[in-house]
Design a protein around this ligand. Structure first.
Ligand SMILES: C[S@@+](CC[C@H](N)C(=O)[O-])C[C@H]1O[C@@H](n2cnc3c(N)ncnc32)[C@H](O)[C@@H]1O
Length: 355
């Protein structure tokens, strides 16, 4: 059975953050002058946002995915298919897709990032090739450069949402989850958070301009050194501040100075390019610290982890971003926050020069 859903956005999130994502989407859509309501089942890992009096396609094009804190992925949902026959899913599904799109750049079969959803990952992998064949037979080209990406989001093996995303305004990874491997030499798993932040907040050109060999950084709460390791890999000299021990191999790079000090009191002798901070503390305290570094000119750019409280998680992030936007720091900088795949009850704050 096919149900067209032309006025709906579909966004994925970390399980348990559906309420935060729904509130964020409603606010963003309202700021574009359109009323909406969201469906967000708790624990489902996704939210649908229904635009009541506006064009969802236009809204979707104007909503910057990177600026949505709780959205791992942002798509425009075209239709829902249910009751696919278990012995022949590809043909009816391909018929339905062909009724909505002509050419797509990629085909991604996805499912919610939940325990129930994970049961579908094998099915999605196996079903990709037959579906691709069925789409080609119907003239749906699946490697058209510049076209939208096609998402088939399965909530069970007989029901899927048909959605599209713009490659330039969406996560470049299936399910919005980067498959980053922890490098063997990296001192901690935490290293992946900074790697993901660098890949999420900056495009290739920005990474080249803003993260260059020879730059300097301070890493507050550095031990055992996963974040410092990421910076050293990019040939950045790091002052690693932590009373805890740093990984011994990291120290042999010649690019790391270990300072045993309280990160809330330490100040650099001269300004650095980057401040990164992974101290587990009250989010407000960490935020105050980061903004004070930026306002005093101790650093030009910053990435910091903000641990979210049990309640008012969205308010905490919203207040921090509002304070950042109101600060002179924001004038010549791009500021944002995002709950990354490797973040749990946290979000990552990002501030970097524009241009
Ligand atoms: C989550 S760990 C950091 C992990 C690190 N980013 C990595 O990738 O290996 C938090 C660190 O913050 C340090 N820390 C906690 N309070 C601190 C403070 N006031 N000043 C400096 N470091 C602090 C702890 O010693 C701990 O090593």
């Amino acid at each position: 059975m096919t149900q067209p859903t032309p006025d709906t956005l579909l966004a994925y999130c970390r399980q348990g953050f559906e309420g935060e994502l729904a509130a964020e989407l409603s606010d963003q859509v309202a700021s574009l002058g359109v009323a909406s309501y969201c469906r967000a089942a708790e624990g489902s890992g996704y939210v649908s946002c229904h635009c009541i009096d506006g064009d969802a396609a236009a809204i979707w094009r104007q909503l910057p995915w990177r600026e949505l804190v709780f959205a791992r992925q942002l798509t425009w949902r075209l239709a829902q298919v249910t009751e696919l026959p278990a012995n022949n899913r590809a043909e009816p599904l391909a018929d339905c897709v062909a009724g909505h799109v002509d050419a797509v750049s990629q085909l991604w079969l996805e499912h919610p990032d939940t325990n129930a959803g994970k049961q579908l990952s094998r099915f999605c992998r196996r079903f990709t090739a037959p579906l691709q064949r069925a789409l080609r037979q119907r003239g749906v080209v699946t490697d058209e450069p510049g076209a939208c990406r096609l998402h088939l989001f399965f909530t069970d093996s007989t029901s899927a949402d048909i959605a599209v995303s713009e490659p330039s305004n969406s996560a470049p990874w299936p399910m919005g989850t980067p498959r980053l491997r922890r490098p063997r030499q990296a001192p901690s798993r935490s290293t992946l958070k900074l790697d993901e932040a660098i890949q999420t907040f900056m495009d290739a050109g920005e990474r080249e301009r803003w993260i260059r060999p020879g730059m300097t950084a301070v890493d507050l709460g550095a031990a055992p050194g996963g974040w410092t390791w990421q910076l050293v890999q990019r040939h950045i000299a790091v002052t690693a501040v932590d009373n805890g021990p740093l990984d011994a191999d990291l120290m042999t790079s010649g690019l790391v100075e270990h300072v045993l000090a309280d990160g809330f009191r330490y100040r650099p002798p001269r300004p650095v390019d980057w401040l990164v901070c992974d101290i587990v503390e009250q989010p407000r305290r960490v935020f105050d610290l980061v903004i004070s570094w930026l306002e005093r000119g101790d650093c030009s750019a910053a990435i910091a982890n903000l641990k979210l409280p049990m309640k008012q998680r969205r308010d905490t992030v919203r207040d921090a971003l509002a304070r950042l936007q109101a600060s002179p720091v924001a004038h010549s900088r791009r500021c944002g926050a995002k709950q990354l795949y490797h973040d749990r009850e946290e979000v990552t704050l990002f501030v970097a020069p524009t241009g």
